[in-house]
Design a protein around this ligand. Structure first.
Ligand code: ZN
Length: 928
């Protein structure tokens, strides 16, 4: 902090020199010096030549080129090899595309020699329930504090990874700088240089492929205009910066596991944003999650003030508070807070390549972006080094006060009953365990909160160090400050956008559609702790049988059994109706693996599938059904092996496409053919039984054209199953496509709007009359006077006549399901749906299509989150899932995307039904 900071942009000198010697035939404008090779990142630093620079290992200067994923690994390994006493590198996982996920640990020789001791001390400090007297103080006195620097969770934010290389180099190579010595002495710096190698490779490939004679700073240059889907996301097109508590992606699951192993006290998640922005660091904007503590906020501010001081010295501009709120807990700068760290986001304006021209005409070099992220990183480490015991004490207190609050507050525990959906209850339990939460699985039945729970139910005590995370994940609602919500209501009523950055609802029991009963006592239950990697195994009940096997439909385990059985070539049928066999009631959709049609080894193959899928299968020795269709009934649908296609690439909404693909391929083990949208108009689609149309990011109408719409229509007529997701459904309902009889609604007409439209109508008549009669009568062009007595009157009068409903940031809404429809077999009678945006459709007439699921009544529809009052009234009873038989095929429309972030496990089954039961009913109709 005390070094005199004089930064010269030598790069610019180089540029003008180049200009002076440039031959006359070169381009008229000065060549762009993209390398920034002479940038002085840390003026006055004296570097030890025995520590290899990036130039020595990778052949370019820091910030002169974007290091590729394998180069990042190579450089970290070279650093660790040069200074093994002060740096170690480790692998912590693998990306979808098989790239190594690595991290480096940097500290003093003394600390590096006792890393295991430090980890176990932090684990102790993290669990006040197991600390002996005086142990906490001893740890705080003797242990360094772990600082966590995570880079490039978004692959197209390139400077952050190269800043990680520079940070590691600086910490190891600096000589004679007492500040660096203190950082190494007092802290252990964990550097994850690249969280998303697949996305970064995609970005660098497209950038390099577009490069020409020199790096092009134009905002329009193909270098920074990434082809679909862009480098931000991972292989399955997930924004991993929303995946922290659900951990659907292997990259994030590994990252979270690693963080729980180390327990950092400070986390910086380092990002980039648009080129015209400067640099953002906290304080974050409102709204804040109510479970954040004031200590965390003041610790983050302490770091931010140091960042500000460094930035002032370096002549760097920054801002804070205006955007990036702290409400959603699934960010890399959010989730670590709920473990007791003080976490923050850094956002640097991105050059998105080697050089970008900003709107003010200035050039932003890649090296500039590396420099600011490097300085902000060191600043954070410096603050922790200077305040080590404060940060450790605050961490320990966070964990201890969380336990105390859990003992004191009314909610003392949550119980997740094993019934009605054992598979989903287990999925929820494992998800919580992966968040570092203790979940016990009861070994015997027990009574709690006035009711009885069966063995196998799960208990989550609130008296845990992660209590605040438990509350924000398991409570149905996380409260947003009332005055903030009021301000947003006012903004949207004036036609301004709201200031909410992400969804306002994420309650896991709602998203998984399983109950979590909040108890006012913490039941004493003998049980085993659920492990992070636990996968409940399925079973086969009863002796091997020649009749066959039954799988009750309704759990996602039964759906995994179905997809695996179909792929294994087993003869599977699905009942259209519920039935009773033996003493068991089987819901509609239940599967029958027909022993009469199977080849040998059926028993062992079914057992293997049951184990893998987690399904509970019953061997049938007596086929006598006492109620409902028999096993040989025509109501036992043959389940074909459907060939499923998914519309892909421009103009699909990339997340919707990626999430749908992920759910089918990775959660249900079923392969999908990706068809680029531009092929839809002319392709022969007859090779597919099911086509999924994800949400649209651009216009399907433009991409498919008339010919594409006809192609899809004819394919449906011939027996195809066409499924629209979210705004993909909007396309299917569009004029000229007309595959679904859905109509988007305008905003609800309030009384005042009706008034003003009447007035507008009244005013229109004299207007038209004016042209052919008395032109001098000015009064005819006037409307009747209206007295406005309140602000509300004014708002109503100014409101546009026909406008879409107000967009919603993201809420969980309840929907009720029609039973007795092929789409809803085995599906719970009430679902929770993630609703964003403003697509609300008018009710569909009974003879036009089947409304299979519709949003609940006005007083029931909002399950969680911030929903504008008017939208709540308007959404009630409106369609969620609509199905229409067309020719020999069927069209299904989900008005909200059921696969949102793969978080909505409770909607898996209705989506699976649409595909597999849809293929079965059309197959059945077409083979009769
Ligand atoms: Zn980012």
């Amino acid at each position: 902090m005390r070094t005199k900071f004089t930064l010269g942009r030598v790069g610019i000198v180089v540029a003008s020199l180049l200009c002076a010697v440039a031959p006359p035939w070169s381009a008229a404008r000065a060549p762009i010096a993209a390398s920034g090779s002479s940038v002085e990142y840390w003026p006055g630093a004296d570097y030890d030549p025995s520590i290899p620079s990036v130039r020595r290992v990778l052949g370019f200067e820091f910030g002169a080129e974007m290091a590729r994923a394998d180069q990042v690994t190579r450089y970290f390994e070279a650093l660790a090899a040069a200074a093994p006493q002060r740096m170690r590198t480790f692998e912590y996982g693998e990306s979808w595309e098989g790239r190594k996920l690595i991290y480096g640990v940097i500290s003093s020789e003394r600390n590096i020699s006792r890393l295991e001791e430090i980890k176990s001390a932090m684990a102790k400090l993290a669990d006040p329930r197991r600390l002996g007297p005086g142990e906490s103080a001893a740890i705080i006195q003797s242990m360094p504090a772990v600082v966590w620097l995570s880079h490039s969770v978004h692959g197209n934010e390139p400077g952050t990874t190269d800043a990680a290389l520079l940070t590691a180099y600086h910490l190891l190579a600096s000589r004679g700088d007492p500040r660096v010595a203190k950082m190494l002495e007092e802290t252990v710096i964990v550097v994850l240089p690249l969280q998303n190698p697949d996305g970064r490779e995609r970005f660098i490939n497209s950038n390099r492929a577009a490069r020409g004679l020199e790096p092009d700073p134009s905002p329009l240059s193909a270098e920074r205009d990434e082809p679909w889907p862009g480098g931000r996301m991972n292989h399955y097109v997930f924004d991993m910066n929303r995946d922290w508590f659900t951990q659907t992606q292997p990259e994030m699951r590994a990252h979270v596991g690693l963080m729980l192993e180390w327990m950092p006290v400070v986390v910086a998640d380092i990002h980039e944003m648009g080129a015209n922005q400067t640099f953002f660091f906290p304080p974050e904007a409102d709204p804040l999650n109510p479970h954040l503590t004031s200590k965390q906020l003041s610790n983050v501010e302490l770091i931010a003030r140091n960042n500000a001081a460094w930035f002032d010295k370096a002549g760097l501009r920054y801002f804070n508070r205006e955007i990036f709120d702290g409400f959603f807990p699934g960010y890399g700068s959010g989730w670590p807070n709920y473990q007791g760290a003080s976490a923050m986001v850094y956002e640097q304006g991105s050059s998105r390549g080697l050089v970008a021209r900003r709107s003010d005409g200035s050039l932003l070099h890649f090296s500039d972006t590396v420099k600011s992220q490097f300085i902000a990183s060191l600043s954070a480490v410096e603050v922790v080094a200077n305040n080590r015991s404060r940060f450790l004490t605050d961490f320990a207190n966070y964990r201890a006060t969380a336990v105390a609050e859990g003992q004191r507050e009314p909610v003392k525990a949550y119980v997740i009953p094993e019934a009605p959906d054992a598979d989903m209850a287990a999925r929820l339990a494992v998800t919580l365990a992966r968040n570092g939460i203790d979940v016990r699985r009861a070994e015997a039945a027990f009574a709690a909160c006035g009711r009885r729970f069966e063995a196998g139910s799960y208990v989550v005590s609130a008296a845990q160090p992660t209590k605040r995370l438990i509350r924000t994940l398991l409570d149905e609602k996380t409260e947003m400050k009332a005055d903030f919500v009021k301000r947003q209501e006012e903004r949207v009523s004036k036609g301004l956008p709201d200031e909410i950055y992400d969804v306002t609802a994420w309650s896991l029991p709602l998203m998984f559609n399983v109950p979590a009963v909040a108890c006012n006592n913490d039941p004493i239950v003998k049980g085993t702790l659920v492990a992070r990697d636990w996968q409940p195994s399925g079973t086969v009940i009863g002796e091997a049988s020649s009749v066959g096997y039954l799988v009750p439909w309704g759990s996602t385990a039964s759906a995994r059994f179905l997809t695996a059985a179909l792929r294994a070539g087993l003869p599977v049928k699905s009942s259209n109706k519920e039935f009773t066999l033996g003493s068991v009631r089987y819901p509609a959709g239940s599967l029958f693996v027909d022993g009469a049609l199977a080849s040998e080894n059926l028993a062992s193959r079914v057992l293997e599938l049951a184990r893998q899928s987690g399904a509970r299968v019953t061997a049938v020795s007596d086929s006598w059904v006492t109620d409902g269709p028999s096993l040989g009934s025509p109501n036992m649908l043959h389940m074909p092996l459907p060939r499923v296609a998914l519309v892909w690439d421009e103009p699909t909404e990339r997340y919707s496409a990626g999430h749908a693909r992920f759910v089918l391929e990775r959660q249900f083990g079923y392969p999908v053919t990706l068809i680029r949208a531009r092929r839809v108009s002319a392709a022969n689609l007859d090779g597919f039984d099911v086509i999924v149309v994800p949400g649209e990011g651009g216009s399907y109408a433009a991409a498919f054209g008339k010919r594409g719409a006809e192609n899809l229509k004819n394919w449906v007529q011939r027996g195809g199953v066409l499924i629209g997701l979210g705004s993909g459904t909007r396309y299917l309902a569009e004029k000229g496509v007309d595959l679904l009889p859905l109509k988007l609604e305008n905003a609800l007409e309030s009384d005042a709007t009706k008034d003003s439209s009447a007035k507008a109508g009244a005013g229109a008549k004299p207007d038209s009359a004016k042209s052919d009669s008395d032109k001098s009568d000015d009064a005819d062009s006037r409307v009747d006077a209206k007295e406005l007595t309140t602000e509300a009157d004014l708002q109503k009068a100014e409101r546009p006549l026909k406008a879409p409903p107000r967009p919603v940031a993201g809420v969980l809404a309840r929907a009720d399901v029609e039973d007795e429809h092929w789409l809803t077999a085995g599906v719970a009678s009430r679902l929770n749906v993630l609703v964003t945006g403003n697509d609300i459709y008018a009710p569909v007439r009974l003879n036009d299509a089947d409304t299979v699921a519709r949003f609940a009544a006005p007083d029931q529809v909002l399950a969680s989150g911030v929903l504008w009052e008017e939208n709540r009234r308007q959404l009630a009873f409106k369609p969620f899932v609509v199905s229409k038989a067309t020719g020999r095929g069927v069209v299904v429309g989900f008005t909200a995307d059921p696969n949102f972030r793969a978080h909505m496990a409770g909607l898996n089954l209705i989506f699976i039904n649409a595909i597999f039961r849809g293929a079965a009913i059309t197959y059945d109709a077409n083979t009769q």
